[in-house]
Structures are given as C-alpha cells and as structure tokens.
Design a protein around this ligand. Structure first.
Ligand SMILES: C[S@@+](CC[C@H](N)C(=O)[O-])C[C@H]1O[C@@H](n2cnc3c(N)ncnc32)[C@H](O)[C@@H]1O
Length: 357
C-alpha cells in the first residue's frame, strides 16, 4: 500500500507524527527536571558535569546523564564541547525561574495523564457528557495553578490592574473582590496580599481547587481571603462586588451566559468585571496563524471543553470558544454596557474590562 505513496511526503508526515511522540517523551523529561529540582539546581550554576549535577541534587549520576543528553537533544539545555551542560538565561526563564519569570512553563508539565482520566475522556466521546475539573483530579488542579500562576503573581498588580479605570484606588481604600472560577487561589492570594484593606472571595465548584486555595491563603496568613465551593451561577446577589475576576474560566463553564447574569446581579453599580480568556478570532483559518494552535485544541479536548460539556444543554465553548465578539455579546446580553479590550502581550490571553455603564 505505502509503495504507491510519495516517499518524500511519507517521510515528512512520518516526521510530523513522530515529533508529537517526541513531544510526549520530552514532556516527561521536563516534568522530571521540574519535579527533581534539576533545572533549579542548574539555574545560575554555570556549566556542570553530570557528576556535579547528580551530587548537588543527590540523584543517580547515570540517570542524570541520560536526562541531560535528552535535554541537550531537545535543545532545552546547552552542551559545551567539554561535555559539560548549562542552562542559559532564556532556558532558565522557561524552566527554572518560577519566582520571577512570566515565561515560566515547566510547572505545566504533569508527566502524563492518569489512566482514570483517559478512560473518562474516551467515555465522554460516547456519552457527550464531559469531565469536570473536580473529576480531573489533584494533579490537574495543581498543574493548572502553576501554569497560569506567573501572570497572576507577577503581572496582575504591576500591569493589569493599573490599566483598569479607577480599580487600584478602590482596592487600596478597601474593596470587595470576587474571583469566579478561582481555581487553586493564586489570583485571590495575590490581590489579598497586595491590598490588605480589601476582602477577596474566591468561588469555584471544585472542592479540590478550593481546598488548595484555602491552604495557600492560610500559609500566607491572609485573613482577608475566603473561598466558597460554588459555581458562578450561585454567586450571592448581596456581594455588591467592586471587582469581579474571571481568569481563563468562562469558556470552561457549561453556562457562561448564566454566569454573566449572576455576576451582573452580584456587582456594585460602579463595579468592574475583569475577564481574561484565550486569544482566538472565532475563525479556524485565522487562528491557524498561531503555531501552537493544536496545543490549545489539546487543552480543550482534555480539559476545557470537558468542563464546558459537564452539564447537558450548555454552550460548550471550549478553550478557543470565547473570542472577543462572543465575549462582547455575552456581557451585553447580561446587561453590561461597557466593554474594553486590553492586550497586555500575554501570548495566550486577551483581557476585557467590563462595566455596567
Ligand atoms: C482553567 S481553570 C482556571 C482557574 C484560575 N482562574 C486560574 O487562572 O488559574 C478553570 C476553573 O473554572 C472552574 N469552573 C468550571 N465551571 C465553573 C462554573 N460554572 N462556575 C465557576 N467556576 C467554574 C473550574 O473548576 C476551574 O477551577
């Protein structure tokens, strides 16, 4: 059969297919490097021999050597002519520097998908009912928080909130902030720490995420941060929130329209709703200009669309479903009169500042 096919095309397509398998294996190596502290040990350490890295991390030299050769093959670390290995500053920004780098990505590499989750994904294709974030488990919630964390920890108070009309002044004076779909609570913890006069309430239907968020706030000694295990639709009307936040979660909700209506009811008349959602145009051919587009569809099938289809009859938006036009329509149908789009050079997301008038 393959005799009749163009050998060059076969070769090229084979390379593409096996590149994805290589991605799976390299993802596992990244997970191990993050989990075992190998990248952090290499950060700012200069060139190291395999024995130096193994002894500094207390790990087996032969396995560390194989890992380093794999890392160098994937161009994730540099290998010098003398056989030593080094993590250069750009590599460190993505792989080691979780505290200070907006680009930090290694935390997103979970080392695979649990068998039970894979079974549930396959089953969702048969039943049409998706898996909730709660059902995706602890590793998923923790990985997500580390993936989205850098922008919340490092850009929210320095870049994003100051760009919104009058919000920082209110937060400094003492405001009510509600983070809807708060996940493991990084955003709530960041705002609660930066604005001690404000009270911050995180809402999320996942008990796993809420548990992690409560732990994070307690560890940081934040007594102005609380969490409620509930969906956006169940927001308390009497909150009178000055700032509502929805970060990377409206497209995950089965009923973002109902969420928007509940947020409208829970907001002060002069409040602000800050939405962050995935960059997309609403047109597949235009979105294709994004070289990482397949990554986002992967997130969708495995996670976002699953959550969005976890209740029947919903909007089933998925990762790329809340493009700016749809976001504008969604909020205007819920009674919001003002919609301003912000672009903070976040490669994955756009931001919307929404007000009632
Ligand atoms: C991709 S995570 C984002 C979490 C967090 N905002 C962040 O930036 O890391 C999406 C979150 O939306 C939550 N979610 C799903 N459906 C929801 C709903 N109906 N109301 C509120 N949150 C919901 C999930 O439980 C999950 O924690």
């Amino acid at each position: 059969m393959s005799d009749q096919l163009d050998p060059d095309e076969l070769k090229q397509f084979g390379f593409a297919v096996w590149s994805y398998k290589m991605g799976e294996q390299v993802s596992l190596l990244i997970h191990l490097g993050d989990r075992l502290g190998l990248y952090k040990q290499m950060h700012d350490a200069g060139p190291l021999t395999t024995s130096e890295l193994a002894s500094a991390t207390g790990l087996n030299e032969r396995l560390v050597r194989e890992w380093l050769l794999g890392q160098a093959s994937a161009k994730l670390v540099d290998r010098h002519d003398d056989g030593r290995f080094e993590l250069n500053p750009i590599q460190a920004a993505f792989l080691a520097d979780e505290d200070d780098s907006l680009s930090f990505a290694a935390g997103a590499f979970r080392g695979g998908t649990e068998a039970a989750h894979l079974d549930a994904l396959a089953e969702s294709f048969r039943t049409g009912v998706g898996v909730t974030y709660e059902q995706q488990g602890t590793a998923a919630a923790a990985g997500l928080a580390r993936m989205t964390g850098p922008w919340s920890r490092l850009a929210l108070t320095s870049v994003i909130l100051p760009a919104l009309d009058g919000v920082v002044e209110k937060l400094e004076a003492g405001a009510t902030v509600v983070d809807v779909g708060c996940g493991a609570g990084v955003t709530v913890a960041t705002i609660a720490a930066a604005y001690p006069n404000s009270r911050c309430i995180g809402y999320d239907p996942s008990s796993i995420a809420v548990g992690m968020a409560q732990e994070r706030a307690a560890e940081a000694g934040l007594d102005n941060a609380t969490f409620v295990e509930a969906s956006a639709e169940d927001l308390a009307d009497e909150l009178s929130a000055d700032l509502v936040i929805c970060f990377d979660c409206l497209h995950d909700m089965p009923f973002p329209d109902r969420a928007a209506a509940a947020i409208r009811a829970a907001m002060a008349d002069d409040g602000t709703w800050l939405i962050k959602d995935i960059r997309s145009t609403g047109e597949f051919e235009k979105d294709r200009r994004n070289p990482l587009l397949a990554l986002f569809y992967g997130f969708s099938v495995a996670s976002c669309l699953q959550s969005a289809m976890s209740e029947p009859g919903g909007m089933a938006l998925g990762t790329l479903g809340l493009h700016p036009e749809r976001a504008k329509n969604l909020v205007s149908e819920a009674g919001f009169g003002s919609f301003v789009q912000h672009d903070f050079d976040d490669a994955a997301n756009l931001y919307y500042e929404v007000r009632i008038a």
